[in-house]
Design a protein around this ligand. Structure first.
Ligand SMILES: N=NNCCOCCOc1ccc(-c2cn(C[C@@H]3NC[C@@H](O)[C@H]3O)nn2)cc1
Length: 449
């Protein structure tokens, strides 16, 4: 037995994202997004799944907010579908789309739940992609126009803003590895996109400050941890490159005003050059109010010549894995959080995503997902350990409130503490929902693993 206790003022929440839960893909003037296109491209999404209906949150949000209220969360992280606001990415506003988010946010507030709004969680308007998408610097201007509209429209209602979700996924997973929309496989393109995303983030923060919006703003990179298999310098350096791809690449420009030279040099060795324009790094390094961190997994790794992008290989340490195949590595959570604090100081951090994929089904109105409870216990214990080491954690939002469209895995991979039957859309609270509810109520839990 070990009681893991958290500060009374810590914020607790849950997270989702527009394309993964909303549905209503063709309703009330919503424009197409790159994920509507990608999911309709044969072979890109498992079982040919798409977000046309998803969890139907577009119509069932009152039921979902009731679940949040019963859960007892302080904050709910959602994202706005850019093409619902600007069907063509810029210019004409789609008022019914704006009205939906007002109804949604008003209902959250009426139930005492703080909205945490992500402006960009991957559903880029297809009209912008048709002009090159994030590879085209004009998309930066479109994102600033969208940001400014949202800041002004929801001023006073939304006080917690996130510009970008997981820029690593938007740039490298989607344009180098090619697993996500739009599915390119070009390292130079992906690197250019990573830079344009960060410029868009910085200029959105600048707009937030210029408009004197009441509230706080940050962004939410996803991170991992790679522990060197040995003390050999080659193993240490290989892991530093792997972690630097997620941490320093997306955080040095914000907190230090420059890209990490060891990564720039490595990319140059792969034939990639940086295309930075005057003023870009000043824009990117606008001070932010908090850093969102998304963590799921990590591993032990070592140097292996000509293996992958960074001459590294993950080792099979026989760690337990979740149903999506990711090693369960809570030590990595502690390590990456303390590493970030060593690099950038005690930046206020919200864990904006952490959770596990387990595909337990509902039986007689119950979902026994004990493995998810164990995952959450181990990672919250690691989180508390990082807090005791000086990491400035302000809140924890689990991914996800409910099972949803898990991108290229479609509906086959379940991350929710609420089960969704995608045939009937019936929601069923899992055992982990009740465990999380109790933990939020107490502000502590008994680590029974
Ligand atoms: N380390 N080297 N990797 C190189 C090889 O990568 C292969 C695949 O990589 C990745 C990395 C990360 C992810 C990922 C998924 N989620 C879950 C979503 N988060 C936002 C929310 O929408 C959730 O659905 N978060 N992260 C997927 C694949």
């Amino acid at each position: 037995m070990a009681i893991i206790e958290f500060p009374k003022d810590m914020k607790w929440g849950a997270a989702t994202a527009s394309y993964q839960v909303e549905g209503g893909a063709f309703e009330d003037g919503r424009g197409a997004s790159i994920w509507d296109t990608f999911s309709r491209t044969p072979g890109k999404v498992l079982n040919g799944d798409n977000g046309d209906v998803a969890c139907d949150t577009y119509h069932r949000y009152e039921e979902d907010i009731k679940l949040m209220k019963e859960l007892g969360i302080d904050s709910y992280r959602f994202s706005v579908a850019w093409p619902r606001i600007f069907p063509n990415g810029r210019g004409e506003v789609n008022q019914p789309g704006v009205d939906f988010y007002h109804r949604f946010v008003d209902t959250l507030l009426e139930n005492g739940i703080e909205p945490m709004c992500t402006l960009y969680h991957w559903d880029l308007p297809q009209a912008l992609q048709d002009e090159g998408g994030w590879a085209n610097r004009s998309t930066i201007d479109a994102f600033v126009e969208y940001s400014e509209f949202m800041f002004k429209e929801f001023q006073g209602k939304i006080k917690n803003w996130i510009t970008l979700n997981e820029p690593w996924c938007v740039s490298f997973l989607s344009n180098f590895i090619g697993e996500h929309a739009p599915g390119n496989k070009d390292l130079q393109l992906a690197t250019d996109i990573s830079h344009h995303l960060m410029v868009a983030h910085g200029r959105s923060v600048k707009a937030f400050r210029t408009l004197k919006i009441d509230g706080q703003i940050g962004y939410a990179p996803n991170v991992t941890w790679k522990e060197p298999f040995s003390n050999k310098q080659e193993d240490i350096d290989a892991c530093k490159r792997e972690v630097g791809w997620f941490v320093e690449w997306f955080m040095d420009p914000v907190f230090k005003g420059s890209y990490p030279q060891f990564m720039v040099d490595w990319f140059e060795s792969k034939g990639v050059k940086m295309n930075i324009q005057d003023g870009d790094l000043q824009d990117i390094s606008q001070p932010i109010d908090f850093l969102g961190i998304n963590y799921y997994t990590g591993n032990v790794a070592r140097y292996k010549e000509n293996s992958g992008l960074f001459d590294s290989e993950d080792l099979d340490m026989n760690y337990e894995r979740t149903d999506i195949g990711w090693p369960i590595y809570p030590e990595g959570f502690y390590k990456v959080l303390t590493y970030i604090t060593e690099l950038y100081g005690q930046v206020p951090i919200y864990i904006t995503e952490n959770g596990a994929c387990y595909n337990d089904e509902a039986e007689n109105g119950r979902v026994k997902d004990q493995r998810r409870i164990t995952y959450l216990q181990l990672h919250l214990a690691a989180l508390k350990r990082s807090m005791d080491s000086g990491v400035n954690i302000k809140g924890y939002l689990t991914w996800s409130l409910m099972d949803n469209f898990e991108w290229a895995f479609g509906y086959s991979m379940r991350f929710g503490i609420v089960h969704v039957d995608f045939r009937t859309l019936v929601r069923t609270k899992k055992d982990s929902y009740y465990w999380y509810k109790q933990t939020l109520e107490n502000g502590w839990f008994d680590l029974t693993y």
